[in-house]
Design a protein around this ligand. Structure first.
Ligand code: PLP
Length: 359
């Protein structure tokens, strides 16, 4: 598939310079068709009967396999969830943390991680890493670890600055369990979970799937308690609710997920071209090159697909003005920054439109 063929699959790109996959990715025609087809199929089968039920379970199995492939693991280590936030809640509720335990995080995390962290009751230590080079960020996070540290919890790609955090080095050098918020990494940059312990996936962003869908990688299901059980948690159940857990990470599945959305995600995952990471990185670099001529970039580095910068006026007002000019970017609340998300579908023309609309 050539770039022009791939780009032509996304109706939204006919109208907008769509630079906001960091919030929600564009949906392709095959993805939309798969959603519609599954919706029709479900209605035709009355959403009932053995065959229909089995077809949903098979769909779940296929999507689980696709996601496992994507992050370099096995289907038995992947739970299907509705979001990254869901994944963070599943891990933090299952670890049974208390006020004497500590978790180290960074000062650039999304509420999807921070809120589950806070309500877990654990003591949260915040490493100041925003705008630090990778090596300094690594040292800063490591220096926050104490004998009470039970977990490192941080994003692979910071949603504010777009910096890539050294998650594998952190695991290697600390030996402490690591929960990675993968909302801005999976589908945007190559991801291999390697020795990491927990890794979340948001399917509605860089994977161009419908919302709400997500996934959670769990290295060793037996090391994590089931804090938020769904129907899928159990293999067998007693009248008093005690249960034998289902095999593997499937026990953390967050419940019944809409089958049309799963079908759309299956199509989106199958349709992503092999060259996607190279192309997205290249376009992010083109975007940085264009913007730095006239604006201050929030972080240099060039590893991720998020490009944040300081616009001339108020960021929220600028985002609205850009939308009206056919350019969709995100203003980052409380920072005064705008963020452009560059995907494998992004063209030089999109960057030109952004630059022209900012002028
Ligand atoms: C770094 C990060 N974490 C978590 C989230 C929340 O993702 P979800 O809606 O899948 O919970 C976002 C969404 O923008 C994000 O950027």
């Amino acid at each position: 598939m050539t770039f022009d063929e791939a780009r032509a699959l996304f109706p939204v790109l006919e109208r907008f310079a769509y630079l906001n996959a960091g919030t929600l990715g564009p949906l392709s025609r095959p993805t939309l068709a798969a959603i519609e087809e599954r919706l029709r199929f479900d209605q035709e089968h009355g959403r009932g009967g053995h065959d229909w039920f089995m077809s949903v379970l098979e769909l779940r199995t296929r999507v689980r396999e696709q996601i496992a492939d994507l992050v370099g693991t096995t289907p038995g280590q992947v739970a299907l969830t509705s979001s990254t936030t869901d994944g963070c809640n599943i891990v933090l509720s299952g670890l049974e943390l208390g006020p004497d335990d500590e978790v180290v995080t960074t000062n650039s995390e999304h509420p999807g991680l921070l809120l589950p962290l806070h309500v877990s009751g654990v003591r949260v230590r915040v490493a100041e890493v925003a705008a630090l080079p990778t090596a300094a960020a690594l040292e800063t996070i490591l220096s926050c670890i104490t004998p009470r540290t039970r977990l490192l919890a941080l994003s692979h790609v910071l949603w504010t600055t777009g910096q890539v955090m050294p998650v594998h080095e952190l695991k290697r050098e600390s030996g402490v369990p690591v929960l990675v918020d993968g909302a801005q990494s999976v589908g945007a940059i190559p991801v291999d979970v390697g020795e990491l312990d927990y890794y979340t996936v948001s399917c509605q962003k860089w994977l161009c799937g419908p919302e709400p869908l997500g996934a959670l990688y769990v290295r060793d299901a037996d090391q994590l308690g089931i804090g938020i059980p769904s129907y899928f948690a159990q293999k067998s159940l007693e009248p008093d609710g005690s249960f034998v857990p289902a095999e593997g990470a499937g026990r953390f599945d967050s419940g019944w997920l809409a089958s049309p959305s799963l079908a759309g995600l299956e199509a989106a995952l199958a349709g992503a071209p092999e060259w996607r990471f190279e192309r997205a990185a290249e376009m992010a670099e083109v975007c940085r090159g264009a913007l730095r001529e006239r604006f201050e970039l929030v972080a240099e580095g060039g590893e991720s697909t998020l490009v944040s910068f300081v616009p001339a006026g108020d960021a929220a007002t600028e985002a609205v003005r850009l939308y009206d000019a056919g350019v969709i970017v995100r203003d980052l609340p409380g920072t005064g920054w705008l963020r452009a998300s560059c995907g494998w579908w992004t063209s030089g023309g999109d960057i030109d439109r952004l630059f022209a609309a900012l002028a």
